[in-house]
Design a protein around this ligand. Structure first.
Ligand code: SF4
Length: 348
């Protein structure tokens, strides 16, 4: 199976101007418009493809490579960041910070081979980004995620070289962007898509909080092969009280619908986008979070596989909420599993 970015790499968006200006000369609005045209070409190419056809090369060669447009647009957006639903609109390139606390400097707390993920992810080269779009009281990676002073500054070229070296190991089956969450790092991901050699065809895994904005979703379409969203809360009240995010349900729905559309669109093509939802059972939140989450998945996203996780431990600030300051009851986990089976969900 080819990764979706092999198709994205072939898309060239015809230039509308008499002169072919460099991408750096284009405004954010012009880059957005060119990106939209590339997206249409990409989707049309997928729709026209069948499993027996070789990859064709749509588009006009006098134009801009779609991957280059992605990189330039993501970079330009840093001056009014709207990568995720917090929509801070601050200038990260000038050192300003929003909800995630990050400037334009990419920070990682580590990059390593990860052997403990789901079978669909396999042995993966994980890039662990600092910063997050949620502030969960029970975060189990809180030091790596929220202590930005501990993150190592990296540039995309260095990261690309590390990935290239690590992924020479034939045991590696995927490349995972993880954290924290990768949403604040779309400028790095789009730069990597251009920098990594075409021959490096390992699938990309977006292991996230599913909090991309519409812009962020568009930027990632054509790059991500496996979405691994956390679906944490069953209602907006718990999401606000436990993770300081507003409009959580609406956000999750927009992200899952977008992943679903990408997955369905690619179902019969040479490149397939997959989705695997994770849900962590939190103590005291079976009725308000876990069961509604499972019901929602069964009703709206029945084709998606679910990893129902029972390994919650009271880390970070969990002691601030008495119900969170313990392990989940075994009976709750059993009830959740029974409910998932009765709903017909496909569990990991
Ligand atoms: S990534 Fe999200 S949280 Fe961070 S500055 Fe941009 S919009 Fe705000």
């Amino acid at each position: 199976m080819r990764p979706v970015r092999s198709r994205a790499r072939q898309i060239v968006v015809p230039c509308q101007d008499v002169a072919l200006r460099s991408l750096a000369e284009l405004s954010v609005a012009e880059l957005a418009a060119y990106h939209e045209q590339g997206l249409a070409l990409y989707r049309a190419a997928l729709a026209a493809e069948d499993l027996n056809k070789p990859l064709s090369c749509p588009g006009d060669h006098r134009g801009y490579a779609w991957l280059a447009i992605k990189r330039a647009w993501a970079q330009a957006l840093l001056s009014e960041c709207n990568y995720c639903v917090h929509n801070c609109r601050i200038n990260r390139s000038a050192g300003e910070t929003g909800y995630c606390g990050l400037t334009d400097q990419a920070l990682i707390s580590g990059e390593y081979l990860h052997y403990g993920e789901e079978a669909r992810v396999g042995t993966t080269h994980a890039i662990f980004f600092s910063g997050c779009t949620l502030h969960c009281l029970f975060c189990h990676n809180w030091r790596e995620t929220f202590d930005l002073s501990a993150g190592a500054g990296v540039d995309a070229a260095h990261l690309a070289e590390q990935i290239r070296l690590r992924c020479a190991d034939p045991a590696v089956q995927s490349i995972s962007f993880i954290g924290g969450t990768p949403e604040p790092h779309l400028h790095t991901l789009t730069a990597l898509a251009e920098l990594l050699p075409e021959q490096l065809t390992l699938p990309w895994v977006f292991n996230s909080n599913a909090t991309l904005s519409a812009t962020g979703l568009a930027l990632m379409e054509g790059l991500i092969d496996l979405y691994l969203p956390d679906f944490k809360f069953g209602n907006d009240r718990c999401a606000w009280q436990l993770a300081k995010i507003a409009h959580y349900s609406e956000t999750l729905e927009a992200n899952l619908k977008a992943y679903q559309a990408q997955s369905r669109q690619t179902a019969s093509s040479l490149q397939t986008v997959q989705v695997l939802i994770r849900h962590l059972l939190m103590p005291g939140h079976l009725d308000c979070c876990t069961l509604p989450v499972l019901e929602k998945i069964a009703a709206e996203y029945p084709e998606m596989t679910v990893n129902l996780m029972g390994q919650y431990r009271p880390f970070y600030k969990a002691r601030e909420r008495p119900e969170l300051n313990r392990r989940p009851a075994k009976a709750d986990l059993e009830m959740a599993r029974t409910q998932a089976h009765e709903l017909g969900l496909s569990l990991v």
